[in-house]
Design a protein. Structure first.
Length: 250
């Protein structure tokens, strides 16, 4: 589904990704782990098409399409969705309108018409309930005054409504208490599907107790230095990242 080959990325003159390769098949959940500053967020940002990065070498293809040739909106319409892709706060724009507009843009790209209001309300109520959110949330401006945990839930809510092909979630576990993390993890697990892949970026192993990945990749200094199954995350938890770095340097 997604193929990243020998990706080199610079930002403000310094090289962040230094030859990163990664293949994700439909139906899989991949976790990208690694120390702070390794380039984890850069990877998902570049796949989603965020500004401020220059790809100097390598390729990204999504279902055979050249992602690097696509505008950020085209990527979203193709189903490549990064949580928080939308501005962190949009004063005055109600959450529910943003969700509806994003969903209708997607439906338009799929040749469907606007979603009928009753159908949308039914869908949104069901998803809000599954995230254990209050419906009053929908009437608030996007992320304005949301707590950290509410922002994370809202991020998963977006994913549940938009049903992307590739859902990219960056540090969705940061700052969550254990109950909120379970709700968020349940939301992510409910996104698992044969025709969808999930890319989880996380610094900590904890989340992976609840969302068990098919593949775990260790990203150090702009490269994937080790890949394995869910057991690798546990090993990282007990041994840290240094040994992987040493092993890959040897
Ligand atoms: P991680 O998510 O693994 O902690 P990041 O991808 O956020 O790492 O950042 C990797 C490195 O690239 C860091 O040293 C960071 O300061 C730098 N970096 C990230 N984004 C930019 C940017 N837009 N401009 C300049 N440097 C950046
Ligand atoms: Mg960071
Ligand atoms: Mg990061």
């Amino acid at each position: 589904m997604l193929e990243v080959k020998d990706l080199h990325v610079t930002a403000e003159g310094s090289e962040i990704l230094k030859g990163l390769s990664l293949t994700i098949n439909a139906g899989e959940v991949h976790a990208i782990m690694g120390p702070n500053g390794a380039g984890k967020s850069t990877l998902s940002a570049v796949i989603a098409g965020k500004d401020g990065y220059e790809v100097t070498k390598g390729s990204i293809t999504f279902e055979g399409q050249d992602v690097l040739e696509m505008e950020i909106e085209e990527r979203a319409r193709a189903g490549l969705l990064l949580g928080f892709q939308y501005p962190v706060e949009i004063p005055g724009v109600k959450n529910i309108y943003l969700l509806k507009a994003a969903l209708n843009a997607k439906r338009e790209a799929e040749g469907l018409g606007e979603i009928p209001a009753p159908e949308f309300m039914k869908l949104i109520k069901e998803k809000v309930a599954s995230m254990k959110m209050d419906t009053s949330f929908l009437q608030r401006a996007v992320n304005e005054g949301f707590s950290g945990g509410e922002k994370k839930r809202n991020e998963i809510l977006q994913m549940l409504v938009l049903q992307p092909r590739l859902a990219m979630l960056d540090e969705i576990d940061s700052g969550l208490d254990i109950d909120a993390m379970k709700v968020v993890a349940d939301g992510v697990n409910s996104l698992r599907a044969e025709d969808r892949a999930i890319l989880l970026v996380t610094h900590y192993q904890r989340l992976l107790d609840y969302i068990v990945p098919d593949r775990v990749h260790v990203l150090v200094d702009g490269r994937i230095v080790k890949s394995g199954d869910a057991a690798l995350a546990l090993e990282l938890e007990s041994r840290g990242y240094d040994w992987v770095q040493e092993e890959s340097a040897a």
